[in-house]
Design a binder for this molecule. Structure first.
Ligand SMILES: C[S@@+](CC[C@H](N)C(=O)[O-])C[C@H]1O[C@@H](n2cnc3c(N)ncnc32)[C@H](O)[C@@H]1O
Length: 427
């Protein structure tokens, strides 16, 4: 039955709004204390490198325990406030990044509101109202009329990948989020099924364009997006979960023709992965390896002329069309499939299957998510929805590969890993 506002107020006054399992505040506090102790032990015993790789996971446990306390204390009726707060703080940060207000505040000191307004060309009344949001949220600090940084605002004071990420989520994804209710009313309450029907394009008044076509219209925006992709990529290992040693061995065998290609990196961008694989795998003849991507990307790779690409063939090809290199030993496709919906993935994968020989392998290199994934993974999947893409469970990969005429013969890495290799053959 629908409830009136008064019903809710009565329920909260009666304490009934908080009658949930999370109400055991003493237990939640004890759990937080125990997580904090574990975190401190981790910090004292780990190296800098371990803190960089495993620290996020350790921190997530502390944050989750702290959030459980907040959830238990905050009445459910106040959630709208919380949602609104996030949106307001995010917008305030984005405006200060755009107007370069953060870099105009001294790192070791403070600045008066008038002086800051003059430095940044922002009206002082407007600048002050936005500052109040950021001060209230603990991102900046203010004493009387003087504004100063906190560690949370300092990350925005320089041009860096973290500021770029904030910018990307706001500029490239938020418009899509806002447009989703209307998009799904128009296209039906289902996942996008065509890359040309991206939510971002719909949101930006350019229906019929893919996300990438929208981005390509603005080089500055694309540049920022690529900075972000590079940052994410730097956190994901390339080699380690799959052993390519057998490729070098097979290449030497008498029944492997000398003109057979060994490795094709499909959608390989500037060749980081193929360089790493060739660099770490003895016996792989580079002249039998191919870096393949769209023409503009391959032209850029040729211009860059990285020494690690010496000898590697560069081929311009669209993975939505017939593939030019037939019968290679390995087709490798890394972090491309998650950019597309199921139907488009089936087209991409079927094109690979049609180029493959009976003994060729296709290595789909992607994150395999859990059912139910951790919240940060679910959020990234939601970002991918805006782009028209999707993170997948192993069942999701089984579905698109089987529709494409492939069978999975091995999974290297697995659930919870930043990236895994799904090894396939033709059916
Ligand atoms: C997220 S990046 C992954 C790049 C690289 N595989 C890696 O792991 O770093 C996706 C790549 O797919 C390429 N791509 C997008 N559409 C393509 C198409 N239709 N045909 C071939 N490559 C495409 C992009 O140019 C880009 O290099």
């Amino acid at each position: 039955m629908d409830k009136s506002a008064q019903d809710w107020v009565d329920q909260i006054k009666g304490g009934r709004g908080m009658s949930r399992p999370g109400d055991d505040l003493d237990g939640l506090v004890a759990s937080l204390a125990s997580r904090v102790r574990e975190y401190k032990v981790f910090l004292s015993k780990s190296t800098g490198a371990e803190q960089a790789t495993k620290g996020r996971f350790q921190r997530a446990r502390v944050i989750k325990a702290a959030q459980q306390i907040i959830s238990a204390v905050r009445p459910p009726t106040d959630q709208w406030l919380e949602h609104g707060h996030h949106a307001v703080i995010f917008t305030a940060v984005r405006l200060y990044i755009k107007w370069r207000v953060f870099p105009a505040i001294p790192i070791d000191g403070q600045v008066g509101m008038d002086a800051l307004a003059e430095k940044t060309g922002v009206d002082v009344a407007l600048l002050t109202r936005i500052a109040w949001v950021l001060v209230g949220a603990g991102i900046l600090s203010q004493k009387e009329n003087q504004l100063a940084h906190t560690p949370r605002s300092e990350v925005y004071a320089t041009v860096n990948p973290f500021a770029a990420m904030t910018q990307m989520v706001f500029d490239d994804l938020l418009t899509g989020f806002v447009a989703m209710p209307k998009y799904f009313e128009l296209h039906g309450r289902k996942e996008p099924t065509d890359k040309q029907l991206s939510i971002t394009a719909f949101a930006e008044g350019a229906p019929g364009l893919s996300f990438w076509e929208v981005m390509n219209r603005d080089p500055e925006r694309m540049k920022n997006f690529m900075t972000c992709m590079g940052t994410i990529d730097a956190m994901i290992p390339i080699t380690g979960s799959y052993h390519f040693g057998w490729v070098g061995e097979r290449a030497k065998s008498p029944n492997c023709p000398r003109d057979r290609m060994l490795l094709v990196d499909v959608g390989g961008a500037q060749g980081k992965a193929i360089m790493a694989i060739c660099g770490e795998t003895p016996g792989i003849d580079r002249t039998r390896c191919v870096l393949q991507d769209l023409p503009e990307v391959i032209q850029e790779a040729r211009l860059q002329n990285y020494p690690g690409l010496d000898g590697i063939r560069m081929v311009e090809a669209d993975f939505f069309h017939e593939q030019p290199v037939k019968g290679a030993l390995v087709y490798y496709i890394r972090r491309c499939v998650h950019c597309y919906n199921d139907n488009d993935c089936v087209t991409i994968l079927r094109n690979q299957a049609e180029a493959m020989a009976d003994d060729s392998r296709l290595l789909i290199t992607e994150k395999i998510i859990e059912d139910i994934p951790p919240v940060e993974v679910a959020m990234i999947d939601f970002y991918m929805l805006c782009l028209g893409g999707k993170e997948r469970t192993i069942e999701g990969f089984e579905m698109i590969t089987s529709r494409a005429g492939l069978k999975i013969i091995g999974v290297h890495g697995g659930k919870g890993m930043p990236i895994s290799v799904i090894e396939c053959m033709k059916v």
